[in-house]
Design a protein around this ligand. Sequence first.
Ligand SMILES: Cc1ncc(COP(=O)(O)O)c(C=O)c1O
Length: 482
Amino acid sequence: MQEIKFYSGENIPLELHKVRVVQKLHLVPIERRLEALQEGGFNTFRLNTKDVFLDMLTDSGTNAMSDNQMAAMLQADDAYAGSQSFYRLEQAVQEVLGKKYYLPVHQGRAAENIISNAYVRKGSVVPMNYHFTTAMAHITQYGGKIVELLYDEAYVINSSHPFKGNMNLEKLEEVIKVHGAKNIPFIRMEASTNLIGGQPFSVQNLRDVRAIASKYNIRLVLDASLIGENAFLVKQREDEFKEASLGDILKEMTGLADLVYFSARKLSSSRGGGMCTDSLEIYRELEALVPLFEGFLTYGGMSVREMEAMTVGLYETLDESIICQSPGYIKYLVEALDAKGVPVIKPAGVLGVHLNAMEICEHIPQKEYPAGALAAALFLISGIRGMERGSVSNQRDEYGNETYADMELLRLAVPRRVFTLSQIKYVEDRVTWLYENRKLIGGLRFFYEPPVLRFFMGGLEPVNDWPQKLIEKFKEDFGESL
Ligand SMILES: Cc1ncc(COP(=O)(O)O)c(C=O)c1O
């Protein structure tokens, strides 16, 4: 893609699309935002969007669709079995992801459930670059354990390492030797590793992981939910691929895995998901579980309209001018916040901007959930809804003990083609204000803690009256401004 320079010398992520459908937003007063937090147990998952101004909770199922995706939805072929919509989608999977057999599922975690059901047993160990919440929950539900094998550099917040999502190869071999290949049903590699700040792996690293998987005859499973952006960053950061097309990079990556699965809520800016493979044996092992958990093999729990949007969205993943939009905004915001001294994960990754709550809220002990507190505080002072990615998102160990996250992050997702640059500037402004007033933020404690994936529906409360103090300071500085 050709660079577009500004005469002013500024680095502006110029949008290569125009907005043709809009949705009105509401910025409610700070008093209402406090009530909303109280009603939602200081958990941003439980907020109602009528109280939310900028929804940066996730990029999952919240992306703007293209005109071509919307148009395709109208030609959907409603049929329980043998729908033309499915065959068009199957062809897109074959052409874009380069795999012969496709099994549809209603979203990414459904694939994780099926893969875990098929391969994970009590005593299984699944090595991975890093866990994703739902992947880990399914593996542990079926009696397995996960082992995370990133290089130390991945945990360095202020870093310039281009591929923090790389798997530590020495540790991988060590884990295989310690646990034995027969107890390792698969190795899982996650593209643009979500929970460490949307950080990519290099193609070379994936090749090396493939070589180890082949040496020990272990399946390699690729979570491709964020593979479009991983390919985009490979093109920018890995010399060998400077001149390659996104399509070639994608196929190079998927070609190295035995089994690829994805959430289409991210990849393809639609809904749904899937698993694909070139192995008839793997296809057969998973096939029967799709009708059991999801729906018939030609819809897998998706509506035909979603499948049509996904088909077009998959082809659009090959277009750099489409893929670059969200990483471009993220880079802009990361650089702007960094220039103001706000601790953010670097280098800029994909999916969103990740604030380092461990440092911003260093006065809050981990047992009082600094990232959860920062998420609540930011919503209170701005109406911006982010997602806690720290210890609240961790699960307790098998004995019921609290486990603390390696990183306490507040993720501000930048869904694809949804926001404008002035909205991103508003985020920069309010985050900077909050950073300057960070000592006013206090901790949280659970009053309701569900046993599985507690971060979704858990209820928390502030440990003291810090929200009121934050409101007072906000009023002092912003007066009657929303
Ligand atoms: C890397 C990764 N894998 C899997 C999933 C699960 O996908 P879904 O939300 O569609 O169930 C997600 C969702 O955010 C993800 O980011």
